[in-house]
Ligand binder design. Sequence first.
Ligand code: SF4
Ligand code: SF4
Length: 350
Amino acid sequence: MLKINPDFAVKLKKYGAVDINACYNCGNCTAICPLSEEDHSFPRRMLRASVLGLDTRIEASLDPWLCYYCGECSETCPREANPGELMMTLRRWLTAKYDWTGLSGLLYSSIPALIIGFVLVAIAIIGIGFAKHFNIEAIMDFGHHFELIAIISVFSLILVPNIIRMFWFTILKEKTKVPLISYIKGTWDFLLHMFTQKNSLKCENNIFRWLEHLVIVFGYLLLLFTTVFLNWFSTENTFIIWLGYIAGGMIFVFTFDFILSRIRKSKEINKFSHPSDWLFVIWLFLMAFTAFLVRVFIDTDLLSNNLWLYMVHLIVIAQWALLIVPFGKWTHFLYRSFAMYFKKLEEDSK
Ligand code: SF4
Ligand code: SF4
């Protein structure tokens, strides 16, 4: 029997700006959506489920992750119910549902909690600087090890258990019988969608935005690789130094364009920005920009007299790694890729 949550609409308001009660169920949004399919028909169905408070049905659904937020449905909705933003709101709500710690829901729905989290991380990093007598070499050594430890810890303690929970909600709990071979066959689709997000090309006039995402994803992975595994800040290898500069530059130039689009609100998808959207683009920009500056200061022998720059960079990295990656918008990249994988498993089970 389906359970109804009468408070669901009120709860959703904390995760985004949506007026689901404005919807009169005409179906225009689903008709125009370039990604809606027979088996995964959205966004109208998600709107109905939200209006009716069917949160367990939404929890079991992959549909919110199959939307790439092109905004076409919101542009054509006669009631201005903003179905595209509802899909985004549901992705935030689902992120909170999958997260076993409960922190994701807290940080998405409470600005004071978000500020406290960011301030506490900053204080912890300054405290570590103090404990190391603000010695630049000792702090940089800590920073290098911190990145690796943070990646391993966040993945094993937060992200992997949360993906298992997503698998439970969407596949196991639904008693979907998947042939064993499908788990192997689906990995190609998983990797393809994760790195290319190719389905977003089905959205109209989306090539430039798709390219921007692609550059940022590859720039991000390259910067992660050069700083964590090739020790970019300590190396004297010219090739690695330039690789890091290119990766950092790729990220902050393209992310700056994303920030401008959100400020200008010129496109449908940028008309509303949740605090988590701002944090994601601004911190991604700051992370790459401060990393770039740190390396410039190293190459010009200015860093030893400008410890503050490395401290700012380390604080940004720590806030990114400990708050945004495990609990914020970064997870969408991961959950969407797994949703594509689980969708393939569902298809193979029929
Ligand atoms: S969200 Fe808008 S377009 Fe979609 S069914 Fe409701 S009223 Fe129609
Ligand atoms: S934002 Fe685009 S992809 Fe998402 S539901 Fe609307 S039309 Fe479909």
